[in-house]
Ligand binder design. Sequence first.
Ligand code: SF4
Length: 173
Amino acid sequence: MPPTPLPPQTRLTGTQIQYFIVCPTKLWLFSHKISMEHTSDIVKMGKAIHETSYSRENKEKVIDSRIAIDFVKRGDALILHEVKKSRRLEKAHRFQLLYYLYYLKRAKGIIAEGVIDYPAERHKTEVTLSEEAENEIESTIQKINAIIQQQEPPKAEKKRYCRKCSYFQLCWA
Ligand code: SF4
């Protein structure tokens, strides 16, 4: 069966999916192009790990100018890889990968499996787009769009992650 075209509001980035899980304020700021990501050491470190860990094995592909995926082929199966620093934000990582699997299935008709690699912890988490996960992603997409459409960012709430967030000065200085 050919893939069903996705409505424009479904076309989010993986980063937006992650930020929704981490902090709705961050999601809003990022989605409204208030970017301070270049100042974040976490982002730099994540990129360094990504570049050194899987460069030979994987191929990166950008799909529809919005999702950048690393993938490998195992026989006929397509396996998406996400490389992350630590499992502290594993739920956000899982949702990001689920969104990629959902997007590939719904926009391109491609069925894939996912693996999150934590090379520093020598750990891999497998991610499968079950029917339940698909419903969860659809509900997440709706919630994200509702947040983005707000005129003002959601009120910042302090959490442990704030100290590592590139928006820390903006929210708490
Ligand atoms: S500093 Fe904290 S409250 Fe502000 S955007 Fe970042 S995570 Fe959210």
